[in-house]
Design a protein around this ligand. Structure first.
Ligand SMILES: *[C@@H]1O[C@H](CO)[C@@H](O)[C@H](O)[C@H]1NC(C)=O
Ligand SMILES: *[C@@H]1O[C@H](CO)[C@@H](O)[C@H](O)[C@H]1NC(C)=O
Ligand SMILES: *[C@@H]1O[C@H](CO)[C@@H](O)[C@H](O)[C@H]1NC(C)=O
Ligand SMILES: *[C@@H]1O[C@H](CO)[C@@H](O)[C@H](O)[C@H]1NC(C)=O
Ligand SMILES: *[C@@H]1O[C@H](CO)[C@@H](O)[C@H](O)[C@H]1NC(C)=O
Ligand SMILES: *[C@@H]1O[C@H](CO)[C@@H](O)[C@H](O)[C@H]1NC(C)=O
Ligand SMILES: *[C@@H]1O[C@H](CO)[C@@H](O)[C@H](O)[C@H]1NC(C)=O
Ligand SMILES: *[C@@H]1O[C@H](CO)[C@@H](O)[C@H](O)[C@H]1NC(C)=O
Ligand SMILES: *[C@@H]1O[C@H](CO)[C@@H](O)[C@H](O)[C@H]1NC(C)=O
Length: 359
């Protein structure tokens, strides 16, 4: 074989190879193109964002909101936030089998989540906040083991939080706030040890928290449970969440004493316990030198005196105290030593139940 023949053979192989790989690319693109076309066909797009951009003349990888992987050119992310899109979520998205990230937040998607999304095993991010989705939070979400971020706030989801979510064992952010969820928070949720943020505020959740709250949540930084109907006591195991920065429990029906272990949460920046039925001394709070926001309510333990130790909290920006029996005594002048303080809200009401914010 002379040099020339060899060269021709090589270029022949190279061309064959290129044709094969081109064919694969086209096939792959087509397989993701179909669900995207179907999606586009089914949504109302009043601003024509997609109509003017998702055209056959350009590769889907160049379409607005679509990102493809470098090697396989499959759709890995779909980000259609803030486009005023309106429809139910088309089931065809379940065929975008390489999807890592789905962000449809800030639109007008309504109706139930289609079961087909449960096929998207590669998903790591699901963001559907600020839509009008309703129905129950589907238990098949638990099949998506790799999800790290599940954000579905400001929708109309009803029913209970499925306990199967515990199977999403890499979950870091779980945001279901501003929905209409009810029933008890399944204790299995507090077993997802990867969780960093739990946001359940503004629902109708009821019942108590598990005694071992925080025992399995070493990474938790934010716990928002305010504006629900939660009752019973604050578990003293709360200090096992040693990285906790925000603890928001206000406007519930928690009762009993504020656990002293709260004083061990040295990372805490925001502590909201107000408008519950809590009692107890608040001395422990004075160890929380990092506190910036503090809202407490007292029925018995605090008789209206602002404890002078609060003057030690030199980073405090907001201090809100609601005293059921009325504020009496002197306002400790130590709080005027807190140069960071921007807001002081002192209120009182004589009704021991105190249903809403005290006047
Ligand atoms: C774009 O391609 C799809 C799928 O091949 C086809 O169904 C559709 O009619 C095409 N649209 C236009 C405007 O050519
Ligand atoms: C679609 O949008 C992308 C990103 O904004 C842009 O680069 C591209 O030129 C647009 N294509 C068409 C056909 O308008
Ligand atoms: C989607 O795009 C918006 C706006 O560009 C951005 O803020 C958001 O972080 C993106 N979502 C994801 C999951 O990357
Ligand atoms: C998903 O793909 C399969 C196989 O290509 C097809 O049979 C099915 O109709 C597709 N489903 C949707 C909802 O597009
Ligand atoms: C949620 O549902 C209620 C009652 O079904 C309805 O009044 C409300 O407008 C809905 N909210 C949204 C954001 O769709
Ligand atoms: C959750 O995980 C357990 C143990 O791995 C398994 O038995 C169960 O079927 C899973 N449930 C769901 C809904 O994935
Ligand atoms: C939480 O995990 C602990 C230890 O792994 C286990 O004993 C307990 O049963 C789990 N609780 C729930 C509700 O899954
Ligand atoms: C704070 O933690 C230490 C060490 O774990 C423990 O000995 C102490 O009792 C805790 N304080 C409170 C008030 O729980
Ligand atoms: C305010 O701070 C000054 C200087 O650190 C200190 O001398 C004084 O005792 C403090 N006042 C109160 C009421 O804590």
């Amino acid at each position: 074989m002379n040099y020339n023949t060899c060269f021709h053979l090589l270029s022949f192989l190279f061309i064959q190879c290129s044709i094969v790989s081109l064919a694969m690319t086209v096939q792959n693109l087509n397989s993701d193109q179909f669900p995207l076309f179907e999606f586009n066909d089914r949504i109302v797009d009043p601003q024509n964002v997609l109509a003017n951009n998702w055209t056959n003349s350009t590769s889907i990888c160049k379409w607005v909101g679509v990102s493809c992987g470098i090697i396989h050119e499959r759709v890995v992310a779909l980000n259609l936030t803030n486009m005023n899109l309106r429809s139910t979520i088309p089931p065809h998205l379940g065929n975008l089998s390489f999807l890592f990230s789905l962000d449809l937040s800030n639109n007008n998607f309504y109706g139930h989540l289609p079961n087909e999304l449960g096929q998207l095993h590669r998903l790591r991010t699901i963001r559907l906040s600020y839509n009008r989705l309703n129905g129950e939070i589907p238990s098949w979400l638990a099949n998506l083991h790799r999800v790290q971020r599940l954000e579905m706030k400001n929708n109309n989801f009803t029913g209970t939080i499925p306990q199967t979510l515990v199977n999403i064992s890499n979950l870091e952010i779980l945001n279901l706030e501003f929905n209409q969820l009810s029933g008890q928070v399944p204790s299995s949720i507090f077993n997802i040890s990867s969780l960093k943020r739990i946001h359940f505020r503004d629902n109708s959740l009821s019942g108590g928290l598990p005694n071992d709250l925080c025992v399995h949540l070493p990474k938790l930084k934010e716990l928002y449970l305010n504006r629900n109907e939660l009752s019973s006591f604050i578990p003293s195991s709360i200090d096992k969440c040693c990285n906790l920065q925000i603890l928001e429990l206000s406007i519930n029906q928690f009762s009993g004493i504020i656990p002293k272990s709260i004083g061990n949460l040295t990372q805490l920046k925001q502590l909201y316990l107000g408008l519950n039925n809590l009692e107890g001394q608040t001395e422990e709070i004075d160890n929380l030198f990092g506190l910036e926001m503090l809202s407490i309510q007292a029925i018995k333990g605090l008789t209206g005196q602002i404890p002078k130790e609060i003057g030690n909290l030199l980073g405090l920006e907001l201090l809100s105290i609601q005293a059921i029996k009325g504020l009496t005594g002197q306002i400790s002048t130590s709080i005027f030593n807190i140069s960071s303080l921007k807001t002081i809200a002192l209120s009182s009401c004589n009704n021991p139940i105190c249903p809403g914010p005290c006047k």
